[in-house]
Design a protein around this ligand. Structure first.
Ligand code: ZN
Length: 316
């Protein structure tokens, strides 16, 4: 029922956990998310069981263990382990994604056994983020000799202001019905662009000081609704599958995006570099075009050309 990759049950709900939910599943079972996002941070240095710290023991010794930002902990197996404050969740994956109304969210998965992604990866509901484990601060009724002691998934969601929201809807794909993701649909009749860099912000207005509404990511394709030119950037207005509408910048002479499906009719017939032609020669250039032959039958033709010769074909 609960998504996150396999059948799971809620072991600590949002009301009691306050800022997250914990889900039980099989130790080592795969963890997936619903939707699409980008991995922005990982912690991947701890071993399940060997680096499992009993949560209550930690709380009781927190003041003693605390040494600057490093906690010198003793695991349930007696292993000494140093953890920074943001490593208390053990092996972790943070994913930047979008909510049901296109709002920016950060998904946080903690206590993983293994981490299968790296920072910068674009992930979707087919991606295995990692496997369930018991690294970091965990609590369990099981014996500490049990390798699955405290194994669970801690799933936490924060908005752009860092405020925690109930993750239940995002843990259960059946509940979320209007969570849309970018479809990358190519429409040959429309002018579109493909994102060629890791990410570009979507902005409220076509200028770099306007509000950031989200981002577009590598290889995504969007239809261009409007183009706004400025000194440094060309701005493309888009509507995303996440229902976010705004402007995406492409720095001039940098390949942030690739323009696709440009109508052939608007391409110049013959490109003549203007600067190489003197004003007085411009009038004469038309007569220099030479009709080589009239094509009577469609097909492929071969021509022998000498070095330096230029070929002009008059189109019908
Ligand atoms: Zn938790």
């Amino acid at each position: 029922m609960i998504y996150l990759g396999s059948n799971r049950i809620v072991t600590q709900d949002y009301a009691s956990h306050k800022y997250a939910e914990d889900y039980a599943g099989n130790h080592g079972s795969i963890i997936k998310m619903y939707g699409r996002g980008k991995v922005i941070k990982i912690v991947n240095k701890f071993k399940s069981h060997e680096h499992s710290i009993n949560y209550n023991t930690f709380l009781n010794n927190q003041s003693k263990w605390k040494d600057g930002n490093i906690y010198h902990c003793t695991s349930i197996t007696g292993t000494k382990v140093d953890m920074n404050y943001d490593e208390l969740g053990g092996n972790q994956v943070y994913v930047e994604t979008y909510g049901e109304r296109g709002e920016l969210l950060t998904f946080h998965f903690a206590h993983l056994d293994t981490v299968s992604v790296k920072v910068g990866d674009i992930v979707d509901s087919n991606t295995i983020l990692g496997t369930q484990g018991n690294t970091g601060l965990v609590l369990s009724n099981k014996s500490t000799s049990d390798k699955t002691y405290g194994s669970h998934v801690h799933f936490e969601i924060r908005n752009k202001d860092g405020v925690a929201i109930n993750p239940r809807n995002y843990a259960n794909a059946n509940i979320v019905t209007n969570y849309q993701t970018q479809t990358n649909q190519i429409d040959k009749d429309k002018k579109q662009f493909k994102v060629m860099v890791d990410s570009i912000n979507i902005r409220n207005e076509p200028n770099t000081s306007s509000k950031i509404l989200g981002a577009v990511y590598l290889n995504e394709v969007y239809t261009i609704l409007e183009e706004v030119d400025s000194n440094e950037y060309t701005w493309y207005k888009i509507l995303t599958g996440r229902n976010v509408s705004g402007f995406v910048a492409s720095k001039k002479n940098a390949n942030w995006v690739e323009i696709m499906n440009v109508n052939e009719d608007i391409k110049p017939d013959i490109e003549v570099p203007d600067e190489e032609i003197k004003e007085e020669e411009k009038e004469n250039i038309v007569v220099k075009y030479k009709l080589l032959f009239t094509c009577k039958k469609s097909g492929m033709y071969y021509l022998n050309l000498n070095a330096g010769e230029e070929l002009y074909i008059k189109e019908k």
